[in-house]
Design a protein around this ligand. Structure first.
Ligand code: HEM
Length: 147
């Protein structure tokens, strides 16, 4: 039962995080360009403040449930098969890169100013990497069900 709840929370957090990045990048950012330039920082600052809560909570949940999933994979002997193990390592490394970029874009204050100045580009990169993580997850799942 705990395994089902963990899987549910993991997928839900992934949907919210990657979906949230897609919404901000492909809906909010383009629309924000129609706002008068002097008001833009105020509006986008408020967006980042709200989005940070959603993103950081999702990252926390992905880490906790992801580690639990790794535990389940270890117990069930999946880590002994090399294709599964290598794909899982690639997924975790990529996920950590996605978390780092998300953190750099949303951390309060002046840190990572050059990344924040190129928000559009970094959000596109993060969305694409997030989609690749989901692709690897699909591969891992096929491995589990034996296809
Ligand atoms: C951007 C971050 C992440 C995304 C978008 C993501 C997404 C997903 C998705 C969609 C699944 C498929 C679940 C299913 O088939 O029911 C999955 C499975 C899994 N994830 Fe993640 N995940 C992320 C981060 C992590 C992290 C940080 C870890 C480990 C610390 C992790 C470990 C796992 C494991 C072990 C599975 C089970 C794979 C299997 O055997 O089917 N994930 N993930």
């Amino acid at each position: 039962m705990l395994a089902v709840i963990s899987q549910w929370l993991h997928v839900a957090a992934a949907v919210i995080a990657v979906g949230g990045v897609a919404f901000v990048r492909f809906v909010l950012l383009p629309v924000s360009e129609s706002i008068p330039e002097e008001q833009r920082p105020v509006v986008m600052g408020a967006v980042v403040d709200r989005f940070r809560q959603l993103l950081w909570a999702s990252i926390g949940l992905l880490l906790v449930t992801g580690l639990y999933n790794v535990g389940i994979a270890a117990i069930s002997g999946l880590l002994a098969s090399k294709p599964y193990l290598y794909a899982l390592i690639a997924k975790i490394v990529l996920a950590l890169v996605v978390f780092k970029i998300g953190f750099m874009l949303t951390v309060p204050g002046d840190a990572f100013a050059s990344v924040k100045a190129n928000r559009r580009r970094w959000m596109t990169i993060n969305f694409v990497l997030g989609m690749i993580v989901i692709l690897i997850a699909a591969y891992l799942r096929r491995w589990v069900v034996g296809e």
